[in-house]
Design a binder for this molecule. Sequence first.
Ligand SMILES: [Ca+2]
Ligand SMILES: [Ca+2]
Length: 94
Amino acid sequence: MNALKLIVFLFGLLVVFGFDDAEGTASEESGRVQLFQDFDTNKDGKLSRQELTAGYRELLDESNENPTEINTLVTKAFRDEDKNKDGFIQLNEF
Ligand SMILES: [Ca+2]
Ligand SMILES: [Ca+2]
């Protein structure tokens, strides 16, 4: 399993857990918040395209990943996750 597939899998798990249990357990919730805060480098409570791209690059092994693939992943994330279409991913959309 390469890094890109792994991260897609992990995000899939987040989605599944989100639907299974809207409240989440404390550890699932804190893991999600932690990841969100790691990505939100300017701490404004929402993720821009740049922050999500940088976040993916941090998580993935930069040297092995095609930037186009990361860009595609980010575009897909915004299409699927940015529910209010404001161009940012808020914590409740993450
Ligand atoms: Ca931000
Ligand atoms: Ca949004």
